[in-house]
Design a protein around this ligand. Structure first.
Ligand SMILES: Cc1cc2nc3c(=O)[nH]c(=O)nc-3n(C[C@H](O)[C@H](O)[C@H](O)COP(=O)(O)O)c2cc1C
Length: 161
């Protein structure tokens, strides 16, 4: 049985303690079926160098196809869960499924997971921080539109030194 890989832009971090994330499946897709079966999943972020491979993994392929092999993406094993991850991703979260919420509509699902492990590529760290200029984040804007970042700047919140 091959390992599944696909882009999901309906994704967000939703809590710090314990760290939790969510993504939404607009259809009963293979990722959800595999997560229901195994109870685990990994989430990798996409930078400009990973853009083409990310798009390639959105192809609809028979369940069981190894989509890492199909898209030429190197695989590594997670350390806290029995699950593969994208070896060369700028960062990956290892997640244990907590809950699948059925949303309104024909087949819409919200998948919630607790983060049990984090990988950040050394090449993407500067002074201990995940540095956007080093991993070149790409945002999905809807339609077929994607965007890279304008210059990154810091802004303080009220009361912050
Ligand atoms: C950039 C991008 C973002 C996507 N985001 C989502 C998403 O948030 N939810 C979803 O259900 N499908 C999304 N898709 C479509 C899935 O990636 C596609 O249906 C894929 O074949 C699902 O693979 P799977 O059946 O192996 O899980 C996205 C596709 C692209 C190219």
């Amino acid at each position: 049985m091959g390992d599944n890989l696909a882009p999901y832009s309906f994704f967000n971090a939703v809590a710090y303690v314990p760290p939790q994330v969510m993504f939404a499946s607009t259809g009963a897709k293979d990722s959800l079926a595999n997560i229901r079966e195994s109870g685990v999943f990994s989430v990798s972020v996409v930078g400009a160098p990973q853009l083409r491979a990310m798009s390639d993994t959105s192809a609809t392929l028979p369940r069981g196809t190894d989509e890492f092999v199909q898209a030429g993406v190197a695989k590594a094993e997670c350390t806290t869960i029995p699950c593969p991850r994208v070896a060369n991703a700028p960062a990956t979260l290892e997640c244990r499924m907590m809950e699948v919420v059925t949303l309104r509509g024909a087949a819409n699902f919200l998948i919630l997971g607790e983060v049990t492990g984090v990988h950040i590529a050394d090449a993407c760290l500067r002074d201990g921080r995940f540095a956007p200029d080093l991993w070149q984040p790409v945002a999905r804007m809807g339609y077929r539109d994607y965007a890279t970042l304008a210059p990154v700047f810091e802004m303080r919140r009220p009361g912050e030194e």
